[in-house]
Structures are given as C-alpha cells and as structure tokens.
Design a protein around this ligand. Structure first.
Ligand code: HEM
Length: 233
C-alpha cells in the first residue's frame, strides 16, 4: 500500500468532490497588470487628492509638502490615464473574457435570466446563480459605470491641471468644461467622484470574497494567476 510520510493513503482524508472539469486561462497578463496598476493608482490618487482638499500636515513642519503631494497626484494621474487607455485597447482586442465579446446581450433570453438571478442574489432574494467564468452581467454593468466615473475623473483632473496655463494645448482640449461650469464646481465634482470610486472598491472587495466562497472557483486567486476552474454545466 502507498505511503505518504508514513501514513497509509487509505487513512488520508478524501477531498470533497470538485466539479471542475478543467482549468481555463481567463485573465491574460495585461489584464492582471492593469488591474493592479489601477488599484495602486486609486489608493495613491485618493490619498494625495484628499490631502490637496484638506491638508492635514502643516507645511511649517513639512516644507513643500503640498508641492510633493500635488506632484505625486499629477504623475499618478498620468499613469492612471495610460492604464485606463491600455485597458480600453485590450477591451477592443482579441481576448474573450476581458473584451467586448463577453458583453451580455440584453436581447438574449438566457442572458436576461442570468442577469435577474444575479440581481436576486445581490438583493438577498435568491440563492442560486449560474456559474460563469468571466464577469457576471450585474458586475459588467457596475464596471461600465465605474469606467464612466474614471473617464469623468480623468477629464476633470486634466482640466484642473490645465488651468495652470490657459494657453496650453491641454487647456485647448479640456478648458471647454469651464464654459459649462465654474472651476469650484469642477473641484467639488472631482472630490465627490473620489467617494463614489471608494464605494465601488468596498463593494468590489465584498463581492469578490462572497463569490470566492460561494462559487469555489478561485475568484480571488484568478486575478493573480489568470486561471479559473471550469465548473460550467
Ligand atoms: C481615481 C482617480 C482620482 C481621484 C480619486 C482624485 C482625487 C482628487 C481629489 C480628492 C482632489 C482634491 C479636490 C479639491 O480640490 O477639493 C483632486 C485634485 C486634483 N486632481 Fe485628482 N483624482 C483622481 C484622478 C486625477 C487625474 C487622472 C488627474 C489628472 C492628472 C487629476 C488631477 C488633479 C488636479 C490637477 C487636482 C487639483 C490639484 C490642485 O488644486 O492643486 N486627478 N483629485
């Protein structure tokens, strides 16, 4: 009889049956890199942005602290914008799960059924959700809104920055916004969107942990490794 470190195999606890048929590579390298780049950019931009709004360290004790915070905010803002552009490029590309090909079709009966099953699950009205490999349709709607917020945050951020030089090309591209609303309004909007993004981050972490437990399909590890078990029926 085979032995594992002196223990007979018969005595080793049998694993609970796993419904996975195979593993699939769902999130490609660039998707994972962009995800984590966005994550760190959002943390840095929120911290430095909050400081710009309400400086909680005095420049008497920390000389040029506001200058440093603004510098970090602007550089990270540029990195974040490039990262969002890269994600949009990938969205238009050849991948399946991370591209437009995986957009749920509202005219398809099965897609609508899946959407309502997830809505019932999120609102504690139902327990069953079909097992999916990519984004579920409700998450897909949330990500669409999130990217709209990113776009507005990038637009207002660059418009605020462009005010430093109203003769710059940046002002030529973004300055029209001050013809519609005042610059204090743009500042307020940019500040408020930070809280909406923070709300998404909290909900995102909650949902991902919930589904990692529920679906037993490595939701969390997949954003590190890219792989997910295929448990679809
Ligand atoms: C997740 C994304 C971002 C968050 C959470 C964020 C947050 C903030 C916050 C809270 C402020 C302070 C607003 C106020 O004055 O009350 C701010 C200011 C500012 N942000 Fe952002 N921001 C983001 C992205 C960007 C981007 C992409 C840029 C473009 C480079 C940018 C450029 C600016 C500028 C120029 C200011 C004004 C700074 C000043 O008055 O010196 N931000 N940001």
């Amino acid at each position: 009889m085979a032995e594992i470190s002196g223990t007979s195999v018969d005595k080793v606890e049998q694993p609970i049956e796993c419904a996975a048929r195979r593993y699939l590579y769902v999130w490609e390298g660039p998707v994972r890199i962009i995800h984590w780049l966005n994550f760190f950019c959002i943390i840095i931009l929120s911290f430095t942005g909050y400081f710009i709004h309400d400086p909680f360290m005095s420049s008497a004790q920390h000389p040029y602290i506001m200058g440093h915070m603004r510098h970090i905010h602007y550089v990270t803002g540029v990195v974040f914008s490039v990262s969002i552009l890269a994600r949009l490029y990938w969205f238009l590309g050849d991948s399946y799960f991370a591209s437009w090909r995986a957009i749920p079709n509202p005219f398809d009966k099965n897609n609508r059924k899946t959407f309502w099953a997830y809505i019932r699950f999120y609102t504690f009205l139902g327990k069953e959700t079909p097992h999916l490999l990519g984004h579920n349709p409700v998450a897909f709607c949330a990500y669409t809104l999130l990217f709209l917020l990113f776009f507005l945050q990038i637009l207002t951020g660059f418009a605020l920055w462009a005010q430093a030089d109203p003769y710059s090309s940046l002002y030529a591209v973004t300055g029209w916004i001050f013809g519609l609303v005042s610059n204090q309004w743009v500042r307020w909007f940019h500040f408020m969107v930070m809280f909406l993004i923070a709300g998404f981050v909290i909900n995102h972490i909650y949902s991902i942990v919930l589904f990692d437990f529920k679906s037993k399909s490595g939701e969390i590890s997949s954003i590190f490794s890219g792989w997910k078990p295929d448990r679809r029926d």
